[in-house]
Design a protein around this ligand. Structure first.
Ligand SMILES: [Zn+2]
Ligand SMILES: [Zn+2]
Length: 128
């Protein structure tokens, strides 16, 4: 299995081999600000299974847990495609929406539910 995540304009690409190790939905305000939507969803892959092509810019921020995160985005269109959580140095997070694939595996966890928008259904309610 191989999937490709891309930015809006297509210049920045992340080719990901195999299935994600974890798919996590985050309601935190920082993810809301990053995406402009009520939550962000990250698919975590082993670093060696992700191949990045195209130029990107980086933005570093700290997290609630005190571990830094470095977000990488296309300088042309501004889409964040992937990021590196310092707490999990062997993994790369890729934005699930960047794959543009409606059959992408569902999130297996959600975090920062205290920030969940009132109309967003809890993940448990969405299980098959
Ligand atoms: Zn772009
Ligand atoms: Zn978050």
């Amino acid at each position: 299995m191989q999937r490709e995540a891309t930015c809006s304009c297509g210049k920045l690409r992340a080719l990901c081999r195999g299935e994600p190790k974890l798919v996590s939905l985050c309601h935190c305000i920082a993810c809301q600000k990053r995406t402009g939507t009520p939550y962000g969803i990250a698919a975590f892959f082993s670093k060696e299974n992700v191949q990045i092509t195209g130029p990107y810019k980086s933005y570093k921020r700290s997290s609630d847990s005190g571990f830094g995160l470095v977000f990488h985005f296309c300088g042309e269109c501004g889409s964040t495609v992937f990021w590196e959580p310092s707490r999990m140095p062997n993994l790369i997070a890729v934005g699930v929406g960047s794959f543009g694939e409606s059959s992408f595996p569902k999130p297996s966890q959600e975090v920062h539910t205290e920030c969940r928008h009132s109309w967003v259904a809890p993940l448990d309610d969405l299980r098959d």
